[in-house]
Design a protein around this ligand. Structure first.
Ligand code: NAP
Length: 299
């Protein structure tokens, strides 16, 4: 257990709701392992006015940094003094570094995704064809990551095609060698079937009984499937179906761990060690198991 002292520095996660966040558990386990006198707390903020007040207060408090989750990743961009390239491309900040009275915004979701793909599926997006399901904030971070990772193409599949087109339009100046296009689900079968990687960036799978965002028959055994959804008691329909057809399938817990670990690496830039991904993952998994047993005890 960490000891809070007069020189403890703070970190935390701003969002609404945040009471189910795994970040406090993961971060505090990492700080203990790294010997950092930091404490990470949930910062539940119900509205935008509250967000502005909390961010203003953070400027005057001994914060090393903070994370931002739904629904404020876009709102925080304009509250930062400086925004790193990937965050500005994605139009979303999930990590803020408090440095000499300034707030520097980053987006570590994309890096978290690439690290998880590499660690959990030995997948490198360079020259690969990617299908991205969804066109919200998480899809935006993923698109930026795949551009920076030099994917050959990213096909965004979304119910609302105009939203996917807007996302591509915003990122177009940074596209480099990656081709990006937007389609609806009715035109997606061929793209999904021939993709090297299919990423679910929709919330489908978060609720028990949710269907897969695409029919499992579309998935080829040589495709890697990555579902950003994490923390469910049972594998999502997409993960279960992909495994059934013999594809490699990975859930979003590794992405969560790696985005958090990358945030610690930013805040602890002069520290001798990287954030311990294994310790953070073990802490998150133990917390999920504890929650399941608490639920069974209540049920
Ligand atoms: P968001 O901004 O609300 O975007 C959601 C997207 O999913 C939209 O494009 C929406 O389509 C689509 N969608 C919603 N319901 C759908 C349905 N029933 N069928 C098909 N498409 C649907 O959400 P987000 O912040 O991007 O988050 C998306 C998911 O990623 C969430 O489950 C979140 O928990 C997860 N996530 C995980 C991590 C991680 O570290 N593992 C990090 C970030 C996010 P329309 O535009 O057509 O409405």
């Amino acid at each position: 257990m960490q000891r809070i002292s007069g020189s403890t520095r703070l970190a935390g996660v701003i969002g609404w709701p945040v009471d189910h966040s795994l970040s406090p558990t993961m971060h505090n386990a990492a700080y203990e392992e790294l010997g950092l006198n930091w404490a990470y707390v949930p910062l539940g903020v119900p509205d935008e006015l509250g967000l502005r007040r909390v961010v203003a207060a953070i400027r005057t408090l001994p914060f090393v940094g903070f994370n931002v989750t739904m629904p404020y990743k876009n709102h925080v961009v304009e509250l930062c003094d400086e925004v790193a390239m990937a965050a500005s491309m994605a139009g979303a900040v999930n990590t803020v570094h408090c440095l000499d009275g300034r707030l520097i915004g980053y987006n570590t979701d994309g890096r978290g995704l690439l690290e998880a793909l590499s660690a959990d599926a030995s997948f490198d997006p360079a020259e690969k064809n990617v299908v991205l399901l969804g066109a919200g904030g998480a899809a935006g971070s993923a698109l930026v990551a795949f551009i920076l990772g030099r994917a050959a193409s990213v096909t965004i599949v979304n119910r609302n095609i105009a939203k996917a087109e807007d996302l591509i339009l915003r990122i177009e100046p940074h596209l480099k060698s990656t081709r990006a296009s937007a389609i609806g689900y009715d035109a997606a079968e061929g793209y999904v079937a021939s993709a090297d990687l299919v990423v679910n960036a929709t919330p489908l799978g978060m609720n028990p009984g949710d269907p897969s965002p695409v029919p499992i028959e579309w998935i080829d055994p040589r495709t890697v499937v990555f579902d950003m959804v994490y923390g469910q008691e049972e594998p999502t329909a997409l993960i279960a179906g992909a495994l059934r057809v013999g594809a490699k399938a990975v859930d979003g817990l590794g992405m969560l761990v790696n985005q958090g670990a990358t945030a610690i690496d930013i805040w602890n830039e002069n520290g001798p060690s990287r954030a311990p991904r294994d310790v953070m993952r073990a802490a998150a998994e133990a917390e999920l198991v504890a929650r399941t047993s608490r639920r069974s005890a209540v049920g």
